[in-house]
Design a protein around this ligand. Structure first.
Ligand code: DGL
Length: 268
């Protein structure tokens, strides 16, 4: 059994934790939401890199055997530095799934909804350059993360804002949409309402958790004992709300796990 640290700017990484609990329920998890600082997507590269480093160092100090950077924005800005500093444990990041999208798209037109920081990052630009035969319509989802953090994923305001953001993607005739921020899988219902059932939605949580599984297997830590491990929810803002939102947003039955929640003010 392993202790896995999962971190995001807020509740977005719960979409990754959900998949991790589905595939690897026997492990113990610490979920760290830096909600006091969400959204990260409109902050500077330097700020995102240094805060992400600080939080990963905190998780490593808690004894985590692996860390999932369950945030596209933090992965884009900080993963290399985190891997460099914490070289003794696997660090798994998450990137917009533009490769699977390019492979699955029938008409070669793919929408990418992600944060401004992710879309502007060198890492994402380099990834795009490897796929010259596909047309990507990039759209920053400004304003969506705060609404999801406020529990409004299916609210009227969210639907209106999302409709604005999706318009250029729809107008271009995209048949595939990449959910390039871990908060956005929680907008699936709203996206389906606006774009219908035919658009192919790509989120990479399954692939990311399979990568974690491979890393744990390599360490001899992938032991399926048929039991459910514990989950500790840590928030920089409000641990009770985080736990409650996890219950609302996730498909997993959290009652099968022993749960603890904690407010942490400083991660130094
Ligand atoms: N959930 C994060 C991501 O995947 C960050 C969103 C934000 O805080 O702006 O990019």
């Amino acid at each position: 059994m392993a202790l896995i640290g999962v971190f995001d700017s807020g509740v977005g990484g719960l979409s990754i934790l959900d998949e991790a609990l589905r595939q690897l329920p026997e492990h113990d998890y610490i979920y760290l939401a830096d909600s006091i600082n969400a959204p990260y997507g409109e902050k500077s590269s330097e700020w995102i890199a240094s805060r992400s480093m600080e939080l990963c160092q905190y998780l490593a100090a808690q004894g985590c055997d692996a860390i999932m950077v369950a945030c596209n924005t933090a992965t884009a800005e900080a993963i290399a530095q985190i891997r460099n500093q914490l070289s003794n444990i696997p660090i798994i990041g998450v990137e917009p799934g533009i490769k699977p999208a390019a492979m699955q798209s029938m008409n070669g037109i793919v929408g990418v909804l992600a944060t401004e920081a992710t879309l502007k990052s060198d890492k994402f630009t380099a990834l795009l350059a490897t796929l010259p035969n596909c047309q990507f319509i990039k759209q920053a989802g400004a304003g969506l993360v705060p609404l999801i953090e406020a529990g409004q994923a299916n609210g009227e305001e969210t639907l209106e804002l999302l409709a604005e953001h999706l318009e250029p993607i729809q107008d271009a005739g995209a048949d595939t949409l990449v959910l390039g921020c871990t908060h956005y899988p929680f907008l699936r219902k709203a996206i389906r309402k606006l774009l219908g059932d035919s658009i192919n939605l790509i989120d990479t949580s399954d692939a990311v958790v399979r990568q974690l599984k491979r890393k744990l297997e390599a360490q001899g830590k992938d032991l399926d004992e048929g039991t459910c491990g514990s989950i500790k929810f840590i928030s920089s803002k409000d641990a009770g709300t985080l736990h409650q939102m996890a219950q609302e947003l996730m498909q997993s039955d959290l009652d099968e796990h022993s749960i603890e929640s904690q407010l942490v003010g400083t991660f130094k």
